[in-house]
Design a binder for this molecule. Sequence first.
Ligand code: FAD
Length: 131
Amino acid sequence: MSAILMCERAQSRVAFGEELSKKTSVQHEIARSRCDIEQCRLLVMQAAEVMDRDGVKAAMPYISMVKIVAPKMAQDVADRAMQIYGGAGVCQDTLIPSVFTSARFCRIADGPDEVHMSQLAKITMRELNDA
Ligand SMILES: Cc1cc2nc3c(=O)[nH]c(=O)nc-3n(C[C@H](O)[C@H](O)[C@H](O)COP(=O)(O)OP(=O)(O)OC[C@H]3O[C@@H](n4cnc5c(N)ncnc54)[C@H](O)[C@@H]3O)c2cc1C
């Protein structure tokens, strides 16, 4: 949602004589967002694949990875979209602030990031020791 809005705004808004979409820094934000979304999508698919094939226990590291990566990705993409919208990005005219806030509280509500990272580190070291 944020990424689509970001692209629409970049193509419709003219600032300092050219569309925002022509500015290299804006192009980079769009490209970075696409990379982040696609990386996260593939990670979610990997978690689902391992869960279906080998069960929840085997998928635990992937589930932790998704819990670390997905809310941060959504927050970062929403943050970039806000920046590209300028003042309009921080008022209630678009869903972007709502996406940002939801993503931000997911990083606490489902257990803080730090807890998921500690969990993943422990699983990773256990796997290495057992290998
Ligand atoms: C909108 C919302 C919905 C929620 N829904 C649910 C729910 O459905 N079910 C449920 O059980 N709980 C729910 N919670 C509670 C949520 O799980 C806790 O808020 C969260 O675990 C953090 O606990 P705390 O608020 O007591 O903060 P604290 O435990 O005081 O943590 C504060 C900060 O300290 C750091 N920290 C905490 N523990 C560690 C650690 N082990 N290692 C390193 N750093 C750490 C982190 O930076 C953390 O953000 C919800 C919270 C919110 C805000």
